[in-house]
Each structure stands twice: as C-alpha cells, then as structure tokens.
Write a protein that binds this ligand. Structure first.
Ligand SMILES: Nc1ncnc2c1ncn2[C@@H]1O[C@H](COP(=O)(O)OP(=O)(O)OP(=O)(O)O)[C@@H](O)[C@H]1O
Ligand SMILES: [Mg+2]
Length: 245
C-alpha cells in the first residue's frame, strides 16, 4: 500500500518555540489515524501545515505522490484535503443548509446546478444527522451540533483526506456514539486524520495512533500498543481520562 500523505521532517517554529519539530508521518489511504498528545503538543499546528494555513519552517509534505509543501490552501482543497478547525467556524447568520451548500458549490465545475447543490448539501447534512435542521440559523445550533455542521461542510467537499480537530468537543455521550459510527462510515471512502482528546473515541476508531509531545512524535502504533506504552502513559494517558471527558 502506498501512502496517501507523508510528511518528512516537518517543522514549524513560532519565534523560538518549536511547535512542530521534525515530524515524519505516513498515512495510508483508507486509514483512520488519531493524533493525540497533551495541550500545546503541536497537533493543531501540524494539521494547519498539512492544509496550508501556515507554511512550514522546514520539511516537506507529499499528498498522493505530489509535493504540496508550497501549494496554496485552496488548491489543496481541490486535491481533496478538507479540514474542520478546532475553533468553530460556521457562518452563524446563515442557515445550516447554506453553510453546507457553499462548499458543495466549490466542488461543482459549473457551480450553478441547483439540483446538484441541493442533493450534495442534503446528503452531507443527512450523514451527520442535521438534515431536519437545514433551515435553522447555524448560530442557533448547540455548540456540539455546530461541530457536526463543520464535519458536514468538510464532507460536502467530497474529501479524500478529512482532517478533524477535536470534533467531539461539546457532544453528549449519545452524540459521541453517533459520531463514532459517522467516522466509520466516512472512512469507507476517505482517509481520516483525527485529533481527539476523548480516549474512548480514539481507541474505538483509530487503526493507528500517533502521539505528539512538544512538537515531536513520541510514539506511534495500534491502540493496544499505545495503551501499553510507558512513555505515553507518563506524558499523556495518565491524565487524559479527566482531560477528555
Ligand atoms: N500562531 C501561533 N503563534 C505563536 N505560537 C503559536 C501559534 N499557534 C500555536 N502556537 C503555540 O504552539 C504550540 C502548539 O500549539 P498547538 O495549538 O498546535 O497545540 P495542540 O496540540 O493543538 O494543543 P491543544 O490540545 O490545546 O489544542 C503551543 O505552545 C502554542 O501556544
Ligand atoms: Mg489543538
């Protein structure tokens, strides 16, 4: 199997701070990869480099065989990289429907077929369980539902790689169960890179887990391997139960 995404020596410094520090990562097509690590470990910065929000200080990023290190963010979206940010970024004044219709329009070549936009938007809303709320104002949704709307906005781009940054923050236990099923369904035709503090979600979903600590990869392995790793226990897992729930 060839990797869909690889990073080589990927680094991002903010002044003297090495937020991401020489990360080598290879993500297989179809994989669900969790990235975990303590607050400030560099997780959000790392995915910001992949989606092109910031340029790296050094290192390379290859997606589907193409070096995308210097590619602008909007072209990465066209290559199939979609992301939902840790901070909710829905358009609060627009309807739930319009929030999803906008990214659908980006995927259509003519951008004007109302039938295709409607179908794409409703399909994405259905997948996250928000179809019945299509006409509500997005800003009126509960915080957790706004996060699900963001996932729908990502899905509307028909991504090959979907990056989710703490998507379960603010979801109830029942909603988290639905979310786990949703990510499994998404992974049937996309690769998922999931930053997540909730260890139940991580352990149930991830094929492999990468642990970041102080900008570096501390460990990588299956959920069972990571659970058994003493260094991970010391750096993170010992406190993750409280932090994640
Ligand atoms: N734009 C920025 N300018 C300066 N420092 C930054 C910037 N973005 C992130 N940092 C710093 O880089 C480090 C890594 O931050 P990052 O947000 O990537 O961590 P994280 O692993 O996502 O943490 P959390 O679990 O709290 O979301 C932190 O020390 C943070 O303060
Ligand atoms: Mg973060």
């Amino acid at each position: 199997m060839t990797a869909l995404l690889t990073t080589k020596g990927l680094s991002r410094h903010f002044g003297g701070l090495r937020a991401v520090d020489g990360v080598d990562l290879a993500l297989d097509a179809g994989e669900i990869r969790a990235v975990i690590g303590p607050n400030g470990a560099g997780k959000t910065t790392f995915v910001s480099l992949i989606c092109g929000r910031y340029p790296p200080s050094s290192g390379r990023i290859v997606f589907d065989g193409e070096d995308i290190t210097d590619m602008p963010a909007h072209l990465r979206v066209r290559r199939g990289i979609a992301y939902t940010f840790q901070i909710t970024s829905v358009f609060a004044k627009l309807s739930v429907y319009d929030n999803v219709a906008l990214p659908v329009q980006r995927t259509l070549t003519d951008g004007r077929s109302r039938g295709a936009v409607h179908h794409g938007a409703m399909d994405a809303l259905q997948r996250v369980g928000l179809a019945s709320r299509a006409h509500e104002q997005a800003g009126a949704l509960a915080y957790g539902h706004q996060r699900l709307l963001e996932v729908a906005m990502g899905l509307a781009l028909k991504p090959r790689l979907l990056i989710l940054d703490e998507p379960t923050q603010g979801l109830s236990d029942g909603e988290i169960e639905n979310f786990i099923a949703l990510v499994r369904e998404i992974a049937s035709d996309a690769t998922v890179l999931l930053i997540e503090h909730n260890m139940q979600v991580v352990m149930e979903l991830a094929h492999r887990i990468t642990v970041l600590n102080a900008g570096k990869v501390l460990a990588e392995g299956t959920p069972a391997e990571i659970r058994a790793d003493a260094a991970v226990q010391a750096a993170y897992l010992g406190t993750a139960t409280e932090a994640g729930t």
